[in-house]
Design a protein. Sequence first.
Lengths: 310, 183
Amino acid sequence: MLEITNTRMNHLIDPSLHIWGWEIPVYLFAGGMVAGMMLILGFFFFKGREKEVDCVCTNLPLLSIIILSLGMFALFLDLEYKLHVFRFYTTFIITSPMSWGSWILILVYPVLAVSLLLRLPKFVSKLIPKLEQYSNKLKSNRKLVKSVGILNMVLGASLGIYTGVLLSTFQARPLWNSPILALLFLVSGLSVSAAFVHMIAKSVYERELLAKADNAFLVTELFVIFLFIIGMVTSTKIHQDAIALFLGGQYTAVFWIFVVLMGIIIPLIIQSLAISHKIKHTPLAPIFVIIGGLILRFVIVSAGQYSSWY
Amino acid sequence: MARYGMAIDTTKCVGCMDCVVACKTENNVPEGLNRDWIQTIVNGEFPNLTMEIRSERCNHCTNAPCVNCCPTGASHYDGGGIVLVHHDLCTGCKACIASCPYDARFINPEGYADKCTFCVHRVEEGKDPACISVCPTYCMTFGDLDDPNSEISKLVKSRNNHTVLPEAGTSPNIYYLIGGNNA
């Protein structure tokens, strides 16, 4: 028997850590989604699809800016000392993933702004007609478009990985303390963004391509979840206790039903049938993937805080 | 360079919480929050039970994860390795709280991360931290762990002791003295 009695009852700390509420999972979800959208956008620019009239590249930069800003606003709401938010940008701490993330987020905006300029939405060019001239100049330089594509992919990958690294470096929380978490969040970000872009894409080619890509990401995500669990189960006692939260513990139902079954397996089946033309493409599968991706962040953030060394 | 630490004799500590009250009074710790606390650990099978009463607080780790993860440099090592928080640099992002395996930090109602400071303002005046100065059983000793002639170094060297969660790799600087002497 081991019985621990503690007189401490600090707000947000006891009886188990719960410092991060809905804001952080929403921020991680938005960050992951934008990361995936930047990877898709970068790929399309790299392949020269921005020349196609119905390319989804027209919508992605502006949507990415909006979604990322919403995520950052959620992060801002989470800060306890909001007036000090500028402190993130008065220094760079090499050992702090949060510091890395702050600067990556700042780098993402100008790249998305240039991407927006490359395929100006009509309402923007109507609003500021001068931008059309700059846009035409930029578009005519193929090398530049390719470079913007590469930048989008590099920053997208960095952002996606960062959302996982942020948690995995907290050694004090055994459930997060897995290097596979970075890969899981990157792949989940990709599957969520592929699902979202699939929903808004007008081109049949892009819809088919993204449905296939989404299926590949979902299969990879399943494999990464398997690796994550195996890694924990074969690790130390505290890690085994942490993953037990998903294997019979209090997060079992929400994880397996909403993240794995609803967020991965069911959409995988629906999309596979749609790709093989047995059923029509339906928004149901992408919506399930997006909700599953959001719940994954909620579950990981919440269960991670619940897991501890004691 | 000094390395400040504490040695707490668990064979003397009775868990009276005088240290907790002294800390709150000395540092104006807000209501409902604590920088130090009492942890009681009962281990074994009846009738062979052991009990350890520990006065716990921030371990002022030599390899402090809270310092490493702080994105603004607010959490830092002060003189003597004491881990402190610059209130005007802290954003209240709570990364340091998530990174501490001892859950020693909390958010002060004013918005910054708060924790034990080893009463650095008293230490600078040559006094002991408030918790030590009031202990009725004299179970706590504060001093420089790098000075082989200090009382704390002698205690850590001569008495059986352990730290909390050394396996977390944080190199904590609070030593809990247990029964028996070092061979």
